[in-house]
Structures are given as C-alpha cells and as structure tokens.
Design a protein around this ligand. Structure first.
Ligand SMILES: Nc1ncnc2c1ncn2[C@@H]1O[C@H](COP(=O)(O)OP(=O)(O)OP(=O)(O)O)[C@@H](O)[C@H]1O
Ligand SMILES: [Mg+2]
Length: 260
C-alpha cells in the first residue's frame, strides 16, 4: 500500500529510570486506516500515545504526525487531532453539554457539532448532568465525544472500550468504522484485548515490553484464528473460537512472558 502516512515513529524510545517503557519503536499509520495497538498491561501503549500526542518527550527517536513540519503545540494541530488518554479530562462541575461546548469552541467547530456528537454517543439522557456525577461508562462516552466533536482527521484513543458495556463496545466499533470509511478519519486505538479490535482494525500491531513484536493485517488475523481444521474441532474448541478465545491465546502466546 502506498497510502500517505499520518503517524510515523522512528526509533521511538522512552525510559523511566531502569524501565524501558518504549524501545526503538517504528510505526506507520496510514491515512484512513484503523490501526490497533495491542499489548498487555505495562506494554508501553499509553507511553507511546503520549509521545505521539506531544504530551511527553521521547528520550530518543522521533514522531511525525501529518508530516515533518507539523507542530503538536500549534492550535491548528490540536484541531486536526482528537484524543483520549487513560483518565477522563472533563470539568466535573460543568455538564456534559457545557464540557463539549467548551471544547468545540476552542477547536473552532460549529455549534451544531455538540448536539450531533451527544446523539452519536448516546449521551442525550445525561446531557445536562454534571460530568463529575456520571457513571464510569458515561464518563468514557463523554471523553470519546470530546475526542470527536471537532471532526478531527486523526483520532488517537487509548483503550476507548474501557468501562463500556458490550453493546457500547459494539457501538463505538461501528462509529469508528464509519468515521474511517465515510470521512477518511485515521484512527490509532490501543487495547489489551485482541478480539475487541480483531473485527475493527485494518492492521494490528502487537507491542510487548515496549517493542513492536508483530504486525497483523486482516488476512494474518484470519489465519491466526484458523488454528485447527474444522473436522478436528472439539465442541470446546468451537466454543472458544466463537468467543474469540482462540485469537486471545494467539496473542498471549506472542507475549507469554506475562505482564511486568
Ligand atoms: N510516569 C512514569 N513513571 C515511571 N514509570 C512509568 C511511567 N509511565 C509509565 N511507566 C512504566 O512504563 C511502562 C509502560 O507503561 P504504559 O503506561 O505505557 O503501559 P500500557 O501499555 O499503557 O499499560 P496499561 O494496559 O496498564 O495501560 C510500565 O512499566 C510503566 O510502569
Ligand atoms: Mg495504558
């Protein structure tokens, strides 16, 4: 594929004392694709995302977002990127609507964007509640809404499925797919569950101990799931395949040193 790269990292490295959180990481996320960054707890996902967003500085290597001259401190850059990183960032004493309106104003999005995104994320029933009083799942929806409200060209989402119920996970998956397919939005999304992203991503990068150990495209994913030939499957294996456990084992086998 020769599609233009929206995010490129070269030799990206971050250390915390003796811990190497991210080690010599080379990534390329292409325009309009959904790239899932998959790894266990402590693998280095959030640290990578923080560096991509310019929130922390790498010890070595470089990040390019939208090409070599783009500056992550520039307001125009912020308009083109929507992000969600670990903790919720809403003002607890403002309502859902007020939080979103604040964000859309400083990103220069039209007023109409707020009711639209409230609708899109199913936040209508809680739109006039204070953010601090929301359930965990609705806080997550608000964070997602905030990432989306200004229709960014690039979405960088750290474990967006956290705290969502299964129906919510499917909803978000469909939303991200429709943004990528319908608007050419580029999506970089982290997860620690392979099956969660197996049906969503165009490509999956597996990160372990700060290193990218494997990249899978759709075909490689299907091959990974096809561990047994149909006749040999036991009922248990069939059930596992249905639940995606087979894929999960594939992921665990690739990262079987366990979490740090
Ligand atoms: N501010 C920090 N100070 C010290 N160590 C840190 C810091 N941030 C991250 N680390 C360490 O860097 C490594 C990678 O952490 P990171 O948060 O990037 O992992 P993660 O893949 O996001 O994990 P999780 O799935 O739990 O969110 C871990 O060993 C972690 O303890
Ligand atoms: Mg993390």
């Amino acid at each position: 594929m020769t599609s233009e790269a929206v995010v490129t990292t070269r030799g990206l490295t971050k250390r915390y004392g003796s811990v190497v959180a991210v080690a010599d990481l080379d990534l390329e996320v292409r325009k309009g694709e959904i790239y899932a960054f998959l790894g266990r707890n402590g693998a280095g996902k959030t640290t990578t995302i923080r560096m991509i967003l310019g929130l922390i500085r790498p010890d070595a290597g470089e990040v390019r977002v939208f090409g070599p001259t783009a500056d992550s401190a520039h307001p125009e850059w912020l308009r083109r990127v929507g992000s969600l990183v670990e903790t919720a960032t809403a003002y607890p004493n403002l309502t859902v609507r007020e939080n979103l309106d604040l964000h859309r104003r400083y990103t220069g999005a039209p007023a109409r964007a707020v009711p639209d995104v409230i609708e899109q994320l199913g936040l209508a029933p809680v739109a006039d509640r204070r953010a601090g009083q929301l359930s965990l799942g609705n806080k997550q929806r608000l964070s997602l809404a905030r990432a989306l409200v200004h229709a960014p060209a690039l979405l960088v989402l750290d474990e967006p499925a956290n705290a969502l119920d299964p129906a919510g996970i499917v909803e978000i998956r469909q939303l991200l797919r429709s943004l990528a397919d319908g608007h050419g939005t580029t999506v970089f999304v982290s997860s620690h569950i392979l099956v969660e992203v197996a049906h969503l991503a165009d490509r999956i990068g597996i990160v372990h101990a700060g290193r990218l150990i494997e990249e899978l495209d759709r075909e490689a994913l299907i091959a990974a799931a096809r561990t047994f030939s149909a006749e040999q499957l036991t009922d248990q294996q069939r059930a596992d395949a249905l639940l995606g456990l087979e894929l999960e084992r594939y992921f665990l086998a690739r990262t079987d040193e366990g979490p740090r």
